[in-house]
Design a protein around this ligand. Structure first.
Ligand code: NAG
Ligand code: NAG
Ligand code: NAG
Length: 142
């Protein structure tokens, strides 16, 4: 049992260390494939750059002790359940660690829900990503 626990811990650390880093265009293409409207992609890729530098495994601890998870830095007080059992509204009904996987689908699904419920201002980094942004079309030329 102890050996298993240590193995799982080692695997968890390895996953964290070798997490997936996307690029502006790989993120844009995968989000389009997941059904995100194309006219949102310039903004989402800007937010992901500012929030996580496209790092799917990033966890940031805020000054109030809450943590933000993954490529879109989703907060563990409102949107996902942290593994230490602290209270969360868990609006996206998901464990926070499930945002840290290579597959961006869980982060994208929850981010779309946050956008519907709170709008873009849920992301503090919107201040860098508001107004007119560079076109995303260069990511979709054949
Ligand atoms: C991505 O974030 C993880 C967790 O903070 C970190 O260990 C890793 O070095 C980061 N990757 C890059 C390329 O910065
Ligand atoms: C803690 O700070 C983060 C980042 O500023 C914020 O998103 C979150 O809502 C705050 N949590 C509470 C409970 O106020
Ligand atoms: C973003 O732009 C809109 C429309 O111009 C403006 O109303 C809003 O205050 C801006 N928000 C931020 C965070 O800059």
């Amino acid at each position: 049992m102890k050996v298993l626990a240590i193995t799982i811990l080692a695997l968890a650390l390895a996953t964290t260390a070798f997490g997936r880093i996307l690029t502006r265009c790989s993120l844009a293409r995968e989000m389009l494939d997941l059904g995100v409207p194309k006219d949102q992609l310039a903004r989402w890729t800007c937010i992901a750059l500012r929030e996580s530098a496209y790092n799917t495994t990033l966890i940031y601890t805020n000054t109030n002790g809450s943590k933000d998870y993954g490529i879109f830095q989703i907060n563990d007080r409102w949107w996902c359940q942290p593994s230490d059992g602290s209270f969360s509204d868990n609006e996206c009904k998901i464990d926070c660690v499930d945002f840290l996987v290579d597959d961006i689908a869980p982060s994208v699904t929850c981010s779309q829900q946050i956008l519907r419920q709170q709008g873009w201002t849920a992301w503090h980094t919107l201040k860098f990503c508001n107004g007119t942004l560079p076109s995303i079309d260069d990511c979709f030329v054949c």
